[in-house]
Design a protein around this ligand. Structure first.
Ligand code: NAI
Length: 334
């Protein structure tokens, strides 16, 4: 019996994500919350012939508390997406940060043991925000908090399969994508791809591929021309990660995925990874082994090429700033 809850369920990501979760036979309860439209989305999904019983709530009458009651997995795609030509500004950050803070407060009180999957951007900062809120309430368990970076992994798999000239490979291509979840903090470890890149790939082609993975979101924002950012591919990625976590908490062995986590979730505090990075970061995205408690083990990066080492090095300063921005938003709000 797994109850999944989507906060921001009526949005561009929220609706298709809720659809994909409703299609997951391991989910027996699906709670939808948004500031608009959830009764309609819930009624629509409730007609689909899969096990999950669907309920939809709005903020009045303690809707957030009601939807979160008995939640096992909470996915948060609530927020405002960015516009063409604009990276996340501080104003947009503050809007999303405030939304995520308030939803995290609800989780801390109504579902403190839930596994929390954060999609709302900027993930590098919103995950620390959730952690700080949970800490304030004395319920922070780093093993249960995840920044969803799966879209970077999904893009890397697809783009590598394209280069290999066979899109049917994209489901089986596995590329660890590490670091964080915006621009240069996204570091694809292409040398560790399950399907090696063509030996004749030039440096220019390699660099273009890395850039495409790092800035794939821009392609979508530009093509949508003012109508939002990646929603359908993000919904797919979010549902993939949620499905993996649900299998792992249900006892399946050998489930792992790259995700942005607090390094204290690792049994050894992520010391080996911090040593590899040469930096005492509190959060990082890397391949995480999942188990019944959530994070079971945080893997190190393994052997990197010189180009990958340079990408990791370039990611660290921005990542450190993003993390601090999130922590400060709660610790010393302006
Ligand atoms: P959207 O604007 O279509 O949907 C957001 C939804 O959140 C709306 O339905 C809105 O009513 C709802 N919402 C706003 N305030 C809320 C609150 N206080 N409580 C509950 N719901 C609330 O936006 P979209 O495209 O679905 O994007 C959502 C977020 O996901 C954005 O922050 C975006 O940047 C992020 N995103 C993350 C990605 C990732 O890879 N992690 C990829 C793409 C987008």
């Amino acid at each position: 019996m797994v109850k999944a809850v989507v906060l921001g369920a009526a949005g561009g990501i929220g609706q298709p994500l809720s659809l994909l979760l409703k299609a997951n036979p391991l989910i027996t309860g699906l709670g939808l919350f948004d500031i608009v439209n959830t009764p309609g989305v819930a009624a629509d999904l409730s007609h689909i012939s899969t096990p999950a019983k669907v309920v939809g709530y709005l903020p009045p009458d303690d809707g957030l508390k009601k939807v979160l009651t008995n939640a096992d997995v909470v996915v948060i795609p609530a927020g405002v997406p960015r516009k063409p030509g604009v990276r996340i500004s501080y104003d947009l950050f503050k809007i999303n940060a405030g939304i995520v803070r308030d939803l995290a407060t609800g989780i801390a009180t109504a579902a403190p043991k839930a596994f929390i999957l954060v999609i709302s951007n900027p993930v590098n900062s919103t995950v620390p925000i959730v952690a700080e809120v949970l800490k304030k309430h004395g319920v922070f368990d780093p093993k249960r908090l995840f920044g969803v970076t799966t879209l970077d992994v999904v893009r890397a798999s697809t783009f590598v399969a394209e280069i290999l000239g066979d899109l049917s490979l994209s489901k089986s291509v596995a590329v660890p994508v590490v670091g964080g979840h915006s621009g240069v903090t996204i570091v694809p470890l292409l040398s560790q791809s399950s399907h090696p890149l063509p030996a004749n790939l030039t440096t220019d082609q390699y660099e273009a591929l890395v850039k495409r993975i790092q800035f794939g979101g821009d392609e979508v924002v530009k093509a949508k021309d003012g109508a939002g950012s990646a929603t359908l591919s993000m919904a797919y990625a979010g549902a993939e990660f949620a499905a993996k976590l649900i299998r792992a908490i249900g006892g399946e062995k050998g489930v792992s995925a790259p995700t942005f986590v607090n390094l204290s979730a690792d049994p050894s505090g992520g010391e080996a990874l911090k040593k590899e990075l040469g930096q005492d970061l509190d959060y990082f995205s890397t391949v995480v082994e999942l188990g019944p408690e959530g994070v079971a083990k945080i893997n190190t990066l393994g052997s990197l090429t010189d180009a990958e080492t340079a990408l990791v090095k370039a990611a660290i300063p921005e990542l450190a700033t993003n993390i601090q921005t999130g922590v400060s938003f709660i610790a010393s709000p302006k």
